[in-house]
Design a protein around this ligand. Structure first.
Ligand code: KG4
Ligand code: ZN
Length: 335
């Protein structure tokens, strides 16, 4: 079955044609990062307009790359949320209209499900026995999920305030680094000392665990980092600060994932979202999986950040009874 998927939830205009949920036949992606960079973050109005402008080219490149036409498409899918309302509308309406005109079924996709289904694309031969433990870590979300079947999600814990990617972006901006901040912090911290600055690991102390065992909180870390920058002044070592900050985020994620794995006894761990592009996180999670004796799936970088292929993979595995209502929802929940 071939699915044409469109993703426009934030600052990437993307389309892809996916076969049986595991193979990419064609894809195209137009990034708006250069457009938003000078504002230090995504400007919603500019984003929707840029999606509108880029989508026709992105779609024709996708079909041309796959060497397919409409007769080869069985179903159309699009991201319904979460995301920016105006941006979501552009891709969703276009996909719905195309499906209607071409007389094909239409499947709305939850963006967060797409981040997890990146693994089905990245590891096309893996069987993925349930239950799986899922980590979604992106600019807007930090969540631990138990997955008992296709699109059968149970929320184990999530951030109470900032998402991990948001913390990276905010700390990068404190250091005067460009948007998006995650990769910039990583680059800067690569040569830094992870132990130089003492930063908090929120909700990991014994007394926090009864109420927030699998929850995260990153806003205190951002504030503590800001304090270090102010206190150190001229003597601040930016590389050491970036490394210490990155290690604090990674430490918390490793701790919480270990706790979640111990209590849910999964058959494997799947991960997704933009922050999974982080090298230090990838290394530490690989070590954790060895310690736990569990298979760990980390998508390659291009499937971690936003794209349409992973949304097409998610659409391919949705059981009929779990197909979402055909409407855009900027706050669409996964569970
Ligand atoms: O999944 P994504 O592309 O968009 C959302 O759905 O949010 O994630 C974007 C986030 C941004 O906050 C960005 O700074 C972060 O992922 N990110 C990283 C890295 N690459 C991207 N964070 C840490 N290290 C990275 N290498
Ligand atoms: Zn995303």
């Amino acid at each position: 079955m071939n699915i044409l998927a469109i993703e426009t939830s934030c600052d990437e205009t993307a389309a892809a044609i996916i076969q049986d949920g595991r193979t990419i036949l064609g894809e195209s992606l137009a990034s708006q990062i250069p457009l938003h960079r000078r504002y230090g973050g995504v400007v919603p109005e500019l984003a929707s307009r840029a999606h509108l402008e880029a989508l026709p080219t992105v779609l024709s490149e996708t079909f041309a790359g796959a060497n397919l036409d409409w007769s080869d498409i069985d179903t159309v899918a699009a991201t319904a949320g979460p995301g920016l309302f105006g941006s979501l509308l552009v891709g969703f309406q276009a996909a719905q209209t195309l499906a209607w005109t071409a007389n094909k079924p239409f499947i709305p996709v939850n963006h967060l499900a797409g981040h997890l289904y990146a693994n089905w694309l990245a590891y096309p031969d893996a069987t993925f026995d349930f239950p799986l433990l899922g980590l979604i870590i992106s600019g807007g979300h930090t969540m631990l999920i138990e997955m008992d079947g296709h699109h059968d999600f149970r929320l184990l814990g999530q951030t109470l305030d900032d998402a991990a990617g948001e913390a990276f972006d905010k700390v990068a901006s404190l250091l005067g680094l460009p948007y998006p901040g995650g990769p910039e912090i990583s680059k800067l911290g690569a040569s830094g000392d992870i132990d130089r600055y003492k930063l908090p690991r929120a909700l990991t102390k014994t007394e926090d665990l009864p109420n927030h065992r699998l929850d995260f909180s990153f806003s205190g870390l951002k504030t503590a980092t800001r304090r270090v920058i102010a206190e150190e002044g001229e003597s601040l070592n930016q590389a050491d600060l970036a490394a210490s900050f990155e290690e604090a985020v990674v430490d918390v994620v490793v701790t919480k994932l270990r706790l979640a794995a111990r209590s849910t006894k999964p058959k494997g761990i799947i991960t997704g979202g933009g922050v999974m592009a982080n090298e230090r996180l990838r290394t530490r999670l690989t070590e954790l999986a060895t310690e736990l004796g569990l298979p760990l799936y980390i998508p390659p970088l291009r499937f971690c950040t936003d794209n349409a292929a992973v949304m097409g993979a998610a659409a391919s595995f949705v059981p009929e009874k779990l197909i979402l209502p055909a409407k855009v929802d900027p706050n669409l929940a996964l569970v």
